[in-house]
Design a protein around this ligand. Structure first.
Ligand code: CA2
Length: 154
């Protein structure tokens, strides 16, 4: 059914994108990232999206170009992007440029609070092209991201 870009009827597709090393969630560094696995994050986001009548397409990659391609695909498929770019956050201008070409809401999410960590993590090249950024709230931050996106798509 024709509709707004990234929608199937009234159902919006939310692209949930994760960058490098986030496939290791729950396996290492639980003192920083907790014990939830990436599958747990996807499940929480999917449940929150479904509560708003939306659907989620999730991807994790360790490769910058693959993430750029996923953002390009989202231009035609998704109504919104929730992205944790991992360490790409801090230097990957290709991710910045790809997100800048996306028309819908973009929420940058971080599990930890990069501003409370090493100085090199204090810079985000993604934040200037995001609708908003949520950090330091763990898995709850992802739920908040879904609510924020849903409000903007309503
Ligand atoms: O806090 C976040 O969500 C980060 O985006 C996570 C990135 C880090 O580079 C950012 O500064 C902040 C790192 C992801 C690494 O994830 C791991 C998870 C478990 C074990 C090892 C790495």
């Amino acid at each position: 059914m024709a509709g707004r870009r990234g929608t199937i009827g009234a159902v919006a597709i939310i692209a949930l994108l994760h960058g490098p090393n986030l496939n290791l969630l729950g396996q290492r560094e639980p003192h920083i990232y907790g014990s939830a696995t990436l599958d747990d994050y996807v499940a929480v986001v999917t449940a929150a999206a479904q509560a708003h009548g939306h659907t989620v397409e999730a991807l994790q990659t360790n490769h910058e170009g693959v993430l750029v391609d996923a953002i390009h695909s989202a231009r035609n498929r998704a109504a919104a992007i929730i992205i944790n770019p991992g360490a790409f956050t801090h230097y990957a201008w290709s991710i910045h440029d790809a997100l800048a070409a996306f028309a819908g809401p973009i929420v940058e999410v971080h599990i930890s609070n990069p501003n409370a960590r090493e100085p090199w993590r204090h810079i985000s090249v993604v934040a200037p092209v995001a609708t908003g950024s949520i950090m330091g709230l763990g898995i709850q931050g992802y739920e908040l991201a879904v609510h924020a996106v849903a409000a903007r798509l309503a």
